[in-house]
Design a protein around this ligand. Structure first.
Ligand code: ADP
Ligand code: MG
Length: 539
């Protein structure tokens, strides 16, 4: 079975040379990060590795340490190549590798990327380089000119593989991999594992071992994620009420289009909120103006599209609203990652309108390996209380207004017509508050309906998977369950009947998780056997 070896807790336990240990100590790395603890021993053992961990978890050293330790110094040819999506990353990774290789004599490392005169890189390559760190485009360029040869390479690293595919480097990567000998070790790191990545893994890696830090770390536990089933026209009202209800101070609201951003900004302003928005049509200086308003607390709500918000670093965000559900699950992860930072907790609210949104939400859950729970709406009484407080403030303001004589006269008229003061007020309060109560009851009803549907779809429906391995492959039910629960967030209670026959087996799993499990079996082996998993035709 292809499980993760027990990880070590110190660099000193890793079978590394003195030169490496000294360099790590100079760098101030006193102990390995979780991804390093898991990946370094496996890479040192010579296996192909798929590594998954978030940004900032130390992936560079996770591949850099074993790469530098294993690099062959026998000849002067390039022995290792690292591919990165951008020029900045190529430089950054190359600098980190140089530090790691500080005490390895003659182990030269060179970043190659577009935007730098190619002649300089050619000259450096001629002097002899052991590890090239490059962007795919520039590497191809060198290959075509014959200024870079990869025929002695024995280790390839694809860093930020998902990002490289997003940037359209797929063909370049495949071309580069084809010019590297088949006898090589291939390491792939990626923050996310969408299908195209798994395809790449499938084609270019051999019996890869999956190494990932626990999912609890992949998605942030400090973020409380919930969703509300609402109609489009109720969203503004729900935002304003959630702000009030949870006493939120700083918020980001995400929309899918520029037009929606403008609309939402206008609507929230009408509700007396301090808000502004950014989207792709704004010029850089307009964008900066909005952002500085946010920093100076002139506004406390920023409405944005995904692209416009990229790279914006705002601290202390209390809540992220997905006014529209993002079409790409990855956007969701980026959006909500703006809150729950630096030891603080945050909230992520998603507004779901209709079937399509529900499907998107399920995709997001699958992708981010979390369950997004229905949000808690206030009880009727809590809601009434909130509205009462709000109305009390409005009454104070209204009483200060000029020309109240007009209304006072109407009131006197009612009294003289035989109504009591209490009767008049009660009726007026009913007129005002009933509207608010109807609103919350409608939302609660929609919410209940969707929850019922959701629960049946999620927990009651299971499917049987057919696995093409059985007793003669020395597979036991424990191996099947073990593989699933070790590599997914599924717990053993969610796994139903398991039947192991001579040459095949069946396992009953939640329908919602079946795709994830089938994908999982594609990437690893059980008891040394490749497993094909598919939905069983019938029971
Ligand atoms: P990633 O590639 O996962 O985004 P990096 O490899 O860029 O992360 O590492 C992020 C930062 O953490 C870098 O500044 C790096 O020097 C530092 N770092 C990495 N590993 C360790 C460690 N074991 N101890 C201390 N700092 C580390
Ligand atoms: Mg990195």
């Amino acid at each position: 079975m292809n499980e993760i070896e027990t990880s070590v807790s110190a660099f000193a336990d890793m079978d590394l040379s003195e030169q490496l240990l000294d360099a790590l100590s100079d760098m101030g790395f006193s102990e390995p990060s979780p991804i390093q603890a898991e990946a370094i021993p496996v890479i040192l053992s010579g296996k192909d590795v798929i590594g998954q961990a978030q940004t900032g978890t130390g992936k560079t050293a996770a591949f850099g340490v074993p790469m530098i330790e294993l690099i062959s110094m026998e000849n002067k040819s390039v022995s290792g190549i690292v591919l990165c999506p951008t020029r900045e990353l190529a430089i950054q990774v190359s600098n980190e590798l140089k530090k790691i290789a500080k005490y390895k004599k003659g182990l030269h490392i060179l970043p190659v990327y577009g935007g730098e005169p190619i002649e300089r890189q050619i000259a450096a390559l001629k002097r002899g380089v052991k590890i090239v760190v490059g962007t795919p485009g520039r590497v191809i360029d060198h290959l075509n000119r014959g200024t870079l040869r990869l025929d002695k390479v024995h280790m390839v690293v694809l860093d930020e593989a998902d990002e490289m595919l997003n940037m359209g480097f797929r063909d370049d990567i495949e071309e580069i991999l084809k010019s590297v000998p088949d006898e090589r070790q291939t390491i792939l790191f990626s923050a996310t594992m969408p299908k195209p990545i798994l395809e790449l893994v499938h084609r270019y890696q051999r019996n890869p071992q999956m190494v990932k830090i626990t999912k609890a770390e992949l998605t942030n536990d400090a973020i409380e994620q919930s969703y509300f089933e609402v109609s489009e026209s109720s969203k503004i009202r729900l935002i304003t009420q959630l702000i009030r209800l949870n006493d939120l101070k700083l918020m980001l609201v995400f929309c899918n289009t520029k037009r929606k951003v403008e609309e939402v900004v206008e609507q929230l302003k009408l509700n007396g909120l301090k808000v502004d928005g950014i989207h792709g049509d704004l010029r850089q200086n307009q964008r900066n103006t909005v952002l500085s308003k946010l920093r100076n607390s002139e506004i406390n709500i920023l409405v944005a599209t995904d692209v416009a918000a990229r790279g914006i670093d705002v601290s202390n965000v209390d809540a992220v609203f997905n006014y529209d559900i993002p079409l790409d699950p990855e956007y969701y992860v980026h959006r909500i990652g703006r809150t729950g930072r630096a030891g603080k907790t945050g909230k992520a609210y998603s507004f779901v309108t209709g079937r399509n949104d529900r499907k998107l939400l399920m995709e997001i859950e699958k992708f981010s390996k979390t369950t997004i729970h229905p949000g808690t709406l206030p009880t009727k009484e809590e809601w009434l209380n909130l509205c009462k407080e709000n109305l009390k403030q409005k009454i104070q303001v209204a009483l200060q207004a000029r020309r109240n004589e007009l209304y006072s006269q109407v009131f006197q008229d009612f009294l003289s017509e035989g109504l009591s003061a209490e009767e008049v007020s009660t009726a007026l309060l009913r007129l005002i508050l009933k509207d608010e109560l109807d609103f919350i009851l409608t939302i609660k009803k929609a919410h209940r309906e969707i929850n019922d549907e959701y629960n049946t779809e999620h927990t009651e429906k299971t499917v049987r998977l057919f696995l093409n391995v059985g007793k003669k492959d020395k597979i036991s039910p424990k191996d099947i369950v073990g593989t699933i629960i070790k590599n997914t967030k599924i717990n053993f209670r969610q796994i139903g009947d398991i039947d192991v026959y001579d040459t095949f087996s069946f396992v009953e799993v939640p329908k919602k998780k079946s795709e994830e499990i089938m994908e999982l079996f594609k990437t690893l082996k059980v008891k040394g056997r490749k497993v094909n998993a598919e939905i069983a035709k019938s029971r």
